[in-house]
Design a protein around this ligand. Sequence first.
Ligand code: FE
Ligand code: FE
Ligand code: ZN
Length: 300
Amino acid sequence: MGDIVVGCHLSTSKGYEAMGKCALEIGANTFAFFTRNPRGGKGKVPDSADVQALLDLMERHQFGKLVAHAPYTMNLCSAKPDVVEYTRQAFASDIERMEELPGNYLNFHPGNHLKQGADEGIRLIVEGLNQVLVPGQKTMVLLETMAGKGTEVGRTFEEIERILEGVEHDELMGVCLDTCHVNDAGYPIAEDLDGVLDEFDHVIGLERLKALHLNDSKNPLASHKDRHERLGQGTLGLAVFQKIVTNPRTSGLPMILETPNELSGYRREISALRALARGASLEEAEALLKAADDKAQKKA
Ligand code: FE
Ligand code: FE
Ligand code: ZN
């Protein structure tokens, strides 16, 4: 069993190489970052020396693929045409920026249809993707599976598949499965990981599954809430994460933690996941999660 590819969300405030160094400090070999301020606005133009330093670090330390995240303010299927237009422009420029880190992933939330209905939402998302994807680009764009809060599109595997079907250059597209979201959407991942993966395979095709967001959930199955919890402290429990890091259908994928944690908490979750991947018991992993540097934990 190989070493897993696992990391967490990191701040871009000190630049690219700093994120790589931070990842190393917490035992990560991938990470996620927002391509621009999550509240919107312009992203910084990356400094090419800084980008190169990160690429060198990633190669030296055998990082897996990065999973960048588009900001939550982007909405390809807004009812407001100016938001749709802004999102398309921002998306295109984020893809361009990701091309400086070739071969990595850019994940996004499909969108909120805002009472236009899922059909119209899907139509707008497809139209937007067909406008912004550049044939031959080195960045794969990932649709994230959503919890189904409010008018979110992507609450079922069928909705994700309909988007993929509409995209002309679907070779540039994949899916990121968020464990909290699928639980909240109604897929019983904690009880039946293999059954949910079978369903994913049947509807979308497992070859499309490119990355995972590992989060426990504060809410029960089918709650449509989307509140993340630290691993083992929510309704999913630690056992599903043990299954994920040992199941050959998921263990090779880049895994990103989006749990409410400080860096010290992420370090503990990463070490627990690595231990589980090497065959540790749930009890051993729980001990690692409660390890020495425990201090008052803030909610993210
Ligand atoms: Fe997300
Ligand atoms: Fe997520
Ligand atoms: Zn979420």
